[in-house]
Design a protein around this ligand. Structure first.
Ligand code: ADP
Length: 444
């Protein structure tokens, strides 16, 4: 657009200059030739009066030296008879007739200028002077002007193209930088990101507004995180106490339906407690305070014990371990890795209401251990494979049907990341497989 506008403006300017220059040249030429015709008329007045044709011819013959561009000329008396004439040798001449210029003083044809000036002496009209002037010089001037205009236009076009590229790069790079920061923010949720405003144009205004908006979001996020942290912390103590009392009641109460009520209350308190632990973990992750307590432990016993403990509460699913034993110890936070496994097993059973099997596998490669928890449930759409690890994210169709808060996988991802491992999803024909790795090297 910049180049197009510059070329259009340049083209219009050049056209204006060329046209005015040619028009001025023509006007000057006409004025000077009329002046010349007047001089000829004044000089030849007495020759006409005395019918001295030779004197008239002599006056006209001076044109060869004075105005070589005059191709032919005539002095005509008041009856319209040619009194004296002149022709430049070898030139194309034209014959003048009294009505040739329709009473005008001059007229331009394609390559000639025709001039007609009356000879007047003491207010008496004695005749006329006609001049036929060659304008090939004008063609040469026009050609030169057009050539210069085209050369300048090409140079201008090149320059404006270069400037446009430089400016475009500068603008694009700043816009792309802004876009990449926006993408990063939407991907990571890190609202502390800012853009360097750099300059005083619209992009820098946009950057300033963007930074301000990020600041406001960041502030409200921090307030929300603080609230979640404080609220879950404050809820933890009374809930632990309620749970303890319910457990006591559960052991001393044997009468139905009282015992059933107590157990229902205990189930719900457990759910509530799990949510509070998750919220506390999230708040620790947000403030960077989720610390690992690493020890060396046997991987097989961790997997088997977790499966066994989980199997007790999972009535509808059979959790099996496939593949060989690893016979391997790793240096990691046992409790946190167990938390990841429990979370994946819990999801596997929760989101496969129609299935009855969950398979856990663990393999060792050179540098890492690969864990897999496979279910045969509802599955997860491919475009949601990464988003389910976001905080509070739940797949669209599930949020109403199966209860949950979208925190478990977010916590799992952070725990695995802190262990320098990776966690991801692969879609099977039916169901979902969650994979995660841990470094096999005990010194990590
Ligand atoms: P929650 O289960 O409490 O909602 P999670 O963070 O554990 O939170 O899981 C996030 C979302 O990922 C779930 O809401 C669910 O939509 C989806 N999801 C997790 N595991 C599975 C699974 N095994 N099969 C299908 N969907 C799953």
């Amino acid at each position: 657009m910049q180049v197009f506008t510059s070329v259009l403006v340049l083209g219009l300017c050049f056209a204006f200059f060329v046209i005015t220059h040619i028009r001025d040249y023509k006007q000057r030429k006409a004025d000077s030739m009329i002046g010349l015709a007047q001089v000829i008329g004044t000089n030849s007045a007495s020759a006409i009066q005395f019918q001295d044709n030779d004197a008239g011819k002599e006056i006209l013959s001076d044109l060869r030296k004075v105005a070589p561009e005059v191709l032919n000329a005539e002095i005509v008396d008041k009856q319209g008879k040619v009194f004296a004439s002149y022709s430049k040798p070898g030139a194309d001449t034209i014959g003048f007739s009294p009505g040739l210029l329709n009473g005008q003083k001059f007229e331009f044809s394609k390559h000639n200028l025709l001039v007609n000036n009356s000879i007047v002496n003491n207010n008496e009209r004695l005749g006329s002077v006609f001049l036929n002037v060659d304008l090939t010089e004008l063609d040469a001037i026009k050609n030169t002007q057009y050539q210069i205009a085209i050369i300048l236009l090409v140079v201008g076009l090149g320059l404006s193209f270069l400037i446009a590229i430089v400016v475009q790069r500068y603008i694009s790079s700043r816009l792309l930088n802004l876009v990449s920061i926006m993408k990063d923010v939407s991907k990571t949720g890190n609202y502390a990101n800012v853009v360097d405003p750099d300059g005083k144009d619209e992009i820098s205004t946009l950057s300033v507004v963007f930074n301000k908006m990020m600041g406001q979001i960041n502030e409200s996020q921090q307030k929300k995180d603080e609230f979640i942290g404080v609220a879950s912390h404050e809820l933890k103590t009374p809930l632990t106490s309620i749970k303890a009392y319910l457990q006591v009641l559960d052991t001393i109460e044997n009468q139905q339906p009282n015992k059933q009520y107590v157990q229902k209350a205990l189930d719900n308190v457990n759910k509530l407690q799990q949510l509070i632990y998750d919220l506390l973990d999230v708040s620790k992750i947000q403030s960077g305070q989720l610390h690992l307590n690493k020890t060396e432990f046997d991987v097989d016993s961790l997997i088997d014990e977790t499966i066994a403990a989980f199997q007790i509460v999972s009535i509808n699913h059979k959790i099996t371990r496939a593949g060989d034993k690893l016979n391997k110890t790793i240096y990691a936070d046992r409790q946190r890795i167990e938390q990841v496994l429990v979370n994946l097993l819990s999801n596997a059973t929760k989101y496969s209401p129609g299935a009855s099997e969950v398979i856990v596998t663990a393999e060792q490669s050179d540098s890492s251990l690969l864990f897999k928890v496979q279910d045969f449930g509802i599955g997860i759409d491919r475009d949601e494979h990464t988003r389910v690890f976001d905080r509070f994210y739940r797949t669209k169709d599930m949020s109403v049907l199966i209860s949950g808060f979208g925190l478990g996988l977010y916590i799992c991802k952070d725990i695995i990341k802190r262990h320098k491992g990776k966690i991801w999803i692969e879609s099977e024909k039916n169901g979902t497989s969650f994979y995660f790795t841990l470094p096999a090297d005990n010194n990590q």
